[in-house]
Write a protein that binds this ligand. Structure first.
Ligand code: PLP
Length: 294
């Protein structure tokens, strides 16, 4: 991975009124060891994160990512992040990025076991080249998520809807998808509704309507999906949040996995059955997603 920069952050209280947080940042060598072995982020995956796409040093949708960081912190009982402090840290590492596409990660961990405070840091690195996948798409398999659509309200301790660091299950699902000859997975509830991919939101097209699973089903509210829906609405399309039965994925007019760094990848097959690709709309969605967005 080509690193550009990294900052350790001394987290400020959410109501800290300072307008300059530079004194709370420590620049570190991103390739050198930086965390204590007692870190709960590494021991238990106990923390939250954000991945922000950067295009020509412009970090995309910073406000939406900061709002989701605050939302994840609330769900996980972590101290509310000071959003002005994080915004300044993002701006500082963004200027160190190279031209083209990069990724900025924000990480807020519960900290060191028995330690006084959370640990926080920001990194910037070059992004992988997703040009081919944005054009050629992904074959997906549907995988059982192991719980029903109503679980989020019955079991809030599962932290569904928070972007936690515990992505081992998500990575296992991608490995299973590859074992089955596909590129990615779409999670399905045990009662048969589609949710999201392990690292992306799902959007399906039915005629001139674009539909995504409602966030109350225990999925992450995607910043890319939100931004793309606003763009599609401006173009006169209808958008909707629904509880989507599995059969509506295979019979969609088109479908995409969308996320902050890979952007819009058209789905070319579901469980081995080809799905039509709307190449023109995919290209125009990715042109929009690569344009500067705030
Ligand atoms: N759902 C999951 C589980 C994710 O991990 C991600 C992105 O990392 C998304 C959805 C898409 O979110 P965003 O568009 O904000 O990147």
């Amino acid at each position: 991975m080509a690193w550009y920069s990294a900052l350790m952050i001394d987290p400020a209280a959410a109501d800290d009124p300072r307008d300059d947080f530079a004194a709370t940042f420590t620049a570190i060598d991103p390739a050198a060891p930086a965390l204590s072995v007692g870190e709960l982020s590494t021991q238990r995956g106990d923390g939250i994160f954000e991945s922000i796409g950067v295009v020509d040093r412009h970090p995309q949708e910073v406000t939406a990512h900061l709002e989701r960081l605050a939302h994840s912190a609330r769900i996980c009982d972590l101290p509310a992040p000071n959003l002005a402090q994080w915004r300044q840290a993002i701006a500082e590492v963004a200027v160190a990025c190279g031209p083209g596409e990069s990724v900025i990660k924000l990480i807020l961990s519960r900290g060191v076991e028995h330690g006084p405070a959370p640990t926080a840091w920001v990194t910037a690195a070059a992004a992988s080249d997703f040009t081919a996948i944005r054009r050629d798409g992904v074959r997906v398999v549907t995988l059982d998520r192991g719980y029903a659509i109503d679980v989020p309200s019955r079991a809030p301790w599962l932290l569904l809807g928070a972007k936690t660091l515990s992505y081992a299950v998500n990575m296992a699902a991608i490995r299973e998808a590859k074992r089955r000859g596909a590129d990615d997975a779409v999670f399905v509830t045990s009662d048969g509704f589609v949710l999201e991919a392990p690292t992306a939101s799902l959007i399906i097209r039915r005629g001139d309507t674009f539909v995504t699973p409602a966030a109350n089903g225990g999925i992450l509210q995607g910043t890319t999906q939100l931004s793309l829906f606003a763009h599609l609405e401006q173009q006169g399309f209808v958008t909707a949040y629904e509880t989507i039965p599995l059969d509506q994925l295979a019979t969609a007019d088109a479908a995409w996995l969308v996320s902050s760094v890979r952007l819009a990848a058209p789905i070319t097959a579901v469980d081995g059955t080809p799905l039509a690709v709307d190449a023109e709309l995919t290209a125009s969605a990715n042109r929009y997603l690569l344009s500067p967005r705030d």
